[in-house]
Design a protein around this ligand. Structure first.
Ligand code: CLR
Length: 390
C-alpha cells in the first residue's frame, strides 16, 4: 500500500509531496520533501560518478585505432551507469533527493595514479540555479583525455512515475599520437523514477542515448526496463557502427548494472558471445580524493557550504538541517538582490556560457539529434594550481 517504506509520521507529508509532483512539472529540486527522502549530498558531487572506473577511462587513450577507441569509450560509458543510477539505492536503500546546489557551488576531486592509469582530476561548478545546471570537467593529463559536460533536468509526471529528461551533453576529447584530436559527443539517457507510491523510489533508464565521434563512429544505446529485451530491469542494447579503419558493426547487450556481452559483430575487435563488461566484478583501487581544501575553494566548496545541513540530515536533526538550509537560501536571495541592484552578475569561475555548442550541432546532426542545437559551457582551462602539480 501507499507509503509502505515511509516512516508512519511522514506518510501524510509524502503523499502531499507526491500530489505536488503530479500537479506540477519543472524544477523538482526546489520542492520541499519529507526528511526520510533527503540525501546529504549535493548534485555538484554527482559528476564524480564519471570517474568511478579510472582504468577504463585511461584505457581509451591506449586504443590503437578509432574502431577500438569507440569500443573503449562505450565500455567506459557503460561502466559508469551502475554508480550514476543505482548507487543511492544500494547505499541508502532508495533513490533520495539530493541537495539543490547554489549558484557558484564547487566540487574538486582527484583519483591518484595507480598501475599506470595516470592521475584523474575532476572539477565541478554549479553554473545556473534557475534552472539548475551543473558543469564539469574531468581530465587525465598524462593520457591526453578531457571530458567536459553540463547537466540539467526537465521533469514531468506520468503513470505514477517521475520522468526526468536530462538536458545537456558532454564531449570527450582524445589527443591522438599523431597530434590530432578525436571528439566524442555523449548524450544522456532519460530516467523514470519508479516506486514512488511505496516511498522507495529507484531509477529505471529509458529511451536512447548516443556516442558519436568525429571519425564517424556512431553508437546508439537503447534502454529498457522490465518486460522488454530480456524482461529484466536495467536492460540495454548498444549498436555501434564504425567507419575507420574499415566499416564494422557491433551490438552489445545486457544489464548495465550487472553483465553485458557482445550480441553481434561484423568486425575483428570483438567476437559474438564475448563478455563485454561486468559491473559486479571486483575493482582495482578507486579511492577518490574529493572535497579536499586546495586553498581555492572557500565558502562555496560543496562540503563546506552544506556541512551543517548534511550533518543534520545524517544525524536525524532535521530542525537544524532545515534552519541551516534556510540560512543558505536567504543568503543566496540577498546576493541576487544585491547583484540586481548593482547591475552585476555572478561571475562563473571555470566556465563560459555558449548559447550554442558547435560540437553538439556538428556531431549530433549525424543522428538528427533533437534538439538540433543546445547551449554549452566552455571550460576556460583554469585548473586550480594545486591540482596540476603532479
Ligand atoms: C544528475 C546527473 C548524473 C546522473 C543523475 C542521477 C540521479 C538523478 C540526477 C542525475 C538528477 C536529479 C535526480 C536524480 C535522481 C533523483 C533526483 C533526478 C540525472 C530528483 C531531483 C529528486 C526526485 C525526488 C525523488 C527521489 C522523490 O550524471
Amino acid at each position: 500500500t501507499v507509503g509502505d517504506a515511509v516512516p508512519p509520521a511522514q506518510r501524510s507529508s509524502w503523499i502531499s509531496f507526491l500530489k505536488s509532483i503530479a500537479s506540477f512539472s519543472g524544477d523538482l529540486s526546489s520542492m520541499t520533501a519529507p526528511p526520510f527522502i533527503l540525501s546529504p549530498v549535493s548534485l555538484t558531487e554527482f559528476p564524480a560518478y564519471w570517474c568511478e572506473h579510472p582504468e577504463l577511462f585511461s584505457a581509451i587513450s591506449d586504443a590503437p585505432d578509432s574502431e577500438r577507441r569507440a569500443i573503449a569509450v562505450l565500455k567506459w560509458f557503460i561502466s559508469t551507469l551502475r554508480a550514476q543510477y543505482t548507487s543511492r539505492t544500494e547505499t541508502m536503500g532508495s533513490e533520495k533527493k539530493p541537495l539543490n546546489p547554489v549558484l557558484g557551488e564547487l566540487f574538486y576531486g582527484h583519483w591518484p595514479d595507480e598501475n599506470g592509469r595516470g592521475r584523474l582530476d575532476l572539477l565541478v561548478e554549479q553554473v545556473s540555479h534557475h534552472p539548475p545546471v551543473t558543469a564539469y570537467c574531468m581530465e587525465n593529463r598524462s593520457k591526453g583525455l578531457l571530458f567536459c559536460g553540463h547537466n540539467g533536468q526537465k521533469t514531468s509526471f506520468s503513470g505514477g512515475s517521475i520522468i526526468v529528461k536530462q538536458v545537456g551533453h558532454a564531449v570527450l576529447k582524445v589527443k591522438l599520437a599523431d597530434g590530432n584530436t578525436e571528439d566524442f559527443l555523449i548524450t544522456f539517457p532519460r530516467l523514470r523514477i519508479d516506486g514512488l507510491w511505496y516511498g522507495s523510489p529507484y531509477i529505471e533508464l529509458v529511451d536512447t542515448s548516443y556516442i558519436i565521434s568525429s571519425t564517424g563512429s556512431v553508437c546508439t544505446i537503447d534502454y529498457k526496463g522490465k518486460g522488454y529485451f530480456s524482461g529484466k530491469s536495467h536492460s540495454f542494447k548498444a549498436n555501434l557502427s564504425v567507419s575507420a579503419p574499415m566499416h564494422a558493426t557491433y551490438a552489445v547487450e545486457g544489464l548495465w548494472h550487472m553483465q553485458s556481452k557482445v550480441a553481434a559483430s561484423s568486425g575483428s575487435a570483438l567476437a559474438k558471445g564475448d563478455p563485454f563488461f561486468d559491473a559486479t566484478a571486483p575493482q582495482e583501487d578507486v579511492t577518490a580524493v574529493g572535497g579536499e581544501d586546495n586553498g581555492e575553494m572557500g565558502e562555496f566548496e560543496t562540503r563546506r557550504l552544506w556541512e551543517k545541513v548534511a550533518k543534520g540530515i545524517r544525524e536525524g536533526d532535521f530542525e537544524m538541517a532545515s534552519r541551516e538550509k534556510t540560512k543558505i537560501e536567504n543568503e543566496q536571495r540577498q546576493r541576487r538582490r544585491d547583484e540586481a541592484a548593482a547591475g552585476t552578475k555572478w561571475p562563473l569561475k571555470h566556465f563560459e556560457y555558449m548559447p550554442s555548442d558547435e560540437t553538439y550541432e556538428w556531431l549530433g546532426a549525424v543522428v538528427r539529434i533533437t534538439p538540433s542545437t543546445e547551449e554549452g559551457y566552455r571550460f576556460v582551462g583554469n585548473w586550480p594550481a594545486s591540482m596540476t602539480k603532479d
